[in-house]
Design a protein around this ligand. Structure first.
Ligand code: HEM
Length: 337
């Protein structure tokens, strides 16, 4: 695909300047610690609630012999593997790319574009769905056909990822394992955030995403990408809107990013790293002048699954090359083939 195919003209709603007043939730910021502690407390509370609801679920949990589980959402599938329940899977969606073995299951399509027919064709007894799963009509129809669906809430904090691990654990009847994984996960997050809190700079980062055949998108607030930037000690260079909007050259210039962040797939779609900064729209930015392009695997970077702590570590290292980060221990769910 040529660069010109993916850099559309200005689109209404993306033309005004990006105010820099939005308070970055930087790692040095005291509220980050408070947030983590709050999330720990919330997690403990939720854990009791989940344990209680698991009692009720005992009448219909997925049991290995007869379970036919379809997992839609790459990070949801990662959780299934982290809990050792992959033998109960009969299908996944196309973003379930980690561990590699997950891609060998029948594929029900892209998690944001599911169909009831596709889901029902695998005769599931349970569908585990990430918050991004949709459209809602496909899930409602599937549920109306008698299939139990456990859908995770949207959430881009480590505490919410721990809750996702425990919710999936309860649905699978693996509460104990889920509590163990969630505890280790949160300890890793705590360790990496303590490291990030030491960085002295907070670069402005612009996340650009080529999604399918659509226009190049940029990430505003309240997205997984934005949350990742902040967790890794950066500042989202786009603070004037929430969600994703088509890329606008003028707005990109005004955002003045120090770093351009992309998924590996986006860099590939643009024709490689050199092609990214050869675009006129990005040329005036500090990122282009310093050749600061960071690219990572989409699911790892913005999946908000059990590899989150390690992904924060890896992104933080790239955003702060001047800082030496202590490596996190490898975990079974981060080193799976
Ligand atoms: C299998 C490969 C894919 C992976 C791992 C993947 C993953 C992701 C991730 C991580 C995000 C960012 C979420 C956020 O920051 O909140 C995203 C957003 C998005 N993706 Fe994908 N994606 C894939 C394929 C596709 C395809 C094939 C399409 C289109 C047909 C697509 C359409 C979109 C759209 C439209 C968004 C923006 C969502 C929004 O507006 O909230 N993606 N995807």
């Amino acid at each position: 695909m040529k660069n010109t195919d993916v850099i559309p003209a200005l689109v209404a709603g993306t033309q005004s300047t990006f105010p820099q007043s939005e308070r970055p939730i930087g790692p040095g910021n005291k509220s980050r610690d408070d947030t983590l502690v709050w999330n720990w407390c919330k997690t403990s509370f939720r854990r009791s609630a989940i344990a209680l609801s698991a009692l009720f679920l005992l009448t219909s949990p997925a049991h290995a012999e007869d379970a036919r589980i379809v997992s839609v959402g790459g990070s949801t599938t990662e959780i299934v593997y982290a809990l050792g329940a992959e033998s109960e899977l009969v299908g996944v969606d196309s973003t379930s790319l980690y561990p590699k073995a997950a891609s060998e299951f029948p594929d029900v399509g892209y998690v944001r574009q599911l169909s009831a027919e596709g889901l029902l064709s695998l005769r599931p007894t349970l569908i585990l769905a990430g918050a991004e799963a949709g459209p809602e009509a496909a899930l409602t129809q599937t549920e109306a056909a008698g299939v139990r669906i456990v859908k995770l809430d949207e959430g881009y904090t480590p505490g919410e990822v721990a809750e996702h691990i425990e919710t999936v654990g309860a649905a699978l009847g693996r509460e104990e394992k889920a509590a163990e994984v969630a505890d280790i996960f949160l300890a890793d997050v705590k360790a990496v955030l303590a490291e990030v809190a030491k960085v002295k700079t907070h670069p402005r980062v612009l996340f650009m995403l080529q999604a399918g055949r659509g226009p190049m998108l940029v990430s505003g607030k309240h997205t997984a990408a934005s949350a990742m930037i902040e967790l890794a000690g950066g500042v989202n260079a786009v603070s004037e809107f929430s969600g994703y909007k088509p890329f606008s050259p003028e707005a990109a210039t005004l955002a003045a990013p120090d770093v351009i962040l992309m998924t590996n797939e986006t860099v590939e779609a643009l024709g490689g790293a050199d092609a990214v900064f050869s675009q006129a729209a990005l040329a005036p930015t500090p990122a282009a002048q310093n050749g600061n392009l960071v690219s990572m695997d989409a699911l790892y970077l913005a999946g908000f699954g059990p590899r989150l702590a390690h992904a924060i570590h890896d992104l933080a290292e790239k955003l702060h090359p001047e800082h030496e980060f202590t490596a996190l221990p490898a975990r079974p769910w981060t080193e799976a083939e």
